[in-house]
Design a protein around this ligand. Structure first.
Ligand SMILES: *Cc1c(COP(=O)(O)O)cnc(C)c1O
Length: 385
């Protein structure tokens, strides 16, 4: 079989950047100031407005915002941080980066998010924080999360990399809670190409975050400079911030477009005939989730083809798919720290079989039809026995 022509290829995601943003970036490039400056300040002001007036600072990744949040919370050697094994590896790498110990607990197989009952059971005297992840934009139960955090005096670093635009009981993710970290990586619901931001509780934390962001430097007067902590190099450029400023006004339209496409997937996949194929669909949340991704879980016990085989067949049909994510505790680094196969069966099953189907604002309902048709074809042709 020959590959579909490149122009017909449907990627699993693609950013939407309008002409006004491209023109705006050109202006910044011509302005004489291209790194952190007025565009970053303006972007932060808009993000703070979005987050109900809470302090927000922009950074050059979503990863560093989580690491900095852990540092602001004073988390380091001797401390444990509870998190999910079904996430981008950044979520637990930042715990290692500050010298603390990540403690994984299994996911809820329906939501695919951290199982909060298991999280509570994993708390020890060394536990200092919990990092929940809103996988594919489906919110972790914030009522239970913060009740648990309060009861056990834990800090929360919300890994909301995927949930910009998501709400919980009518409130925006980011507008309440403890630390909230967003990513603006190219694949996220709004982008700065690379980048992220951290929502904090007060100006003291925000000032400290600024120091961690740029070598610990504090300036005063025209020529004064002091350094009291070993910060890093995590500042966002004005060019990137200008992209973000051009994305924000489209957030609601992006989110409703994603929801409509997710509904299209459900209308076609959630039928008796297709349910018989054994595919596990995501939670049908059309009010809170921002539908960062549409992820199905393949029924490995029913198929003669593994996930890579399914991906290859879809690729031949001109359809891109993604894997988000293999279970973190099975990576060599984490095995060396003591985790092993069988520790978290739900996360392991999902890690082997989860598949991200195409979903992005510029997609059409006809694209969804095409994905479903090809996926059903592959599954039907490769049933066991
Ligand atoms: C994207 C992502 C991150 C990291 O964001 P970067 O901006 O790439 O550093 C962290 N956690 C999750 C769940 C993500 O999806």
């Amino acid at each position: 079989m020959s590959a579909a022509p490149a122009s017909d290829f449907l990627p699993f995601t693609r950013p939407t950047i309008d002409d006004a943003t491209i023109a705006g970036v050109t202006e910044v490039l011509r302005s004489g100031w291209i790194t952190s400056g007025p565009q970053v300040k303006a972007f932060e002001a808009k993000l703070s407005e979005y987050c109900g007036g809470r302090p927000v600072r922009a950074f050059n990744s979503g990863t560093c915002t989580m690491e900095i949040a852990l540092r602001l919370a004073g988390i380091g050697p001797g401390h444990e941080v509870i998190t999910t094994p079904l996430s981008w590896v950044a979520t637990s790498n930042v715990v290692l980066a500050v010298g603390a110990k990540p403690v994984f607990v299994d996911i809820d197989p329906v939501t695919r998010n951290i199982d909060l009952a298991r999280a509570e059971a994993a708390i020890t005297p060394a536990t200092r924080a919990i990092i929940p992840v809103d996988l594919s934009g489906l919110p972790v139960d914030r009522d239970r999360l913060y009740a648990l955090a309060q009861k056990h005096r834990l800090r929360v670093v919300e890994d909301a990399a995927q949930s910009f635009g998501t709400t919980w009981k009518g409130r925006r993710i980011g507008a309440f809670g403890d630390f909230v970290s967003f990513s603006f990586h190219a694949n996220k619901n709004i982008t700065t190409i690379e980048g992220g931001c951290l929502v904090m509780n007060d100006e003291r934390e925000a000032k400290l975050a600024e120091q961690y962001r740029l070598q610990g430097v504090v300036r005063s007067g025209l020529d004064g400079m002091e350094v009291e902590l070993a910060g890093g190099k995590f500042n966002l450029t004005d060019v990137a911030a200008r992209v973000g400023l051009g994305q924000l006004p489209h957030l609601d339209e992006f989110t409703s477009r994603r929801r409509a496409l997710a509904r299209n997937y459900f209308e076609q996949l959630d039928t008796p005939a297709h349910r018989a194929l054994g595919l596990r669909l995501p939670v049908p949340d059309f009010t809170q989730s921002n539908w960062h991704m549409f992820q199905v879980i393949l029924p490995e016990e029913k198929l003669t083809l593994n996930r890579a085989g399914v991906m290859a067949k879809l690729q031949e049909a001109g359809i891109g798919t993604g894997v988000h994510y293999p279970a973190i505790h099975r990576f060599a680094l984490y095995r060396r720290l003591g985790w092993k196969d069988g520790d978290f069966p739900h996360a392991e099953y999902a890690g082997r079989n989860i598949l991200t189907l195409p979903l992005f604002p510029a997609m059409t309902a006809a694209d969804v039809d095409r994905v479903v048709k090809e996926l059903v074809k592959v599954l039907t042709a490769n049933q066991k026995g």
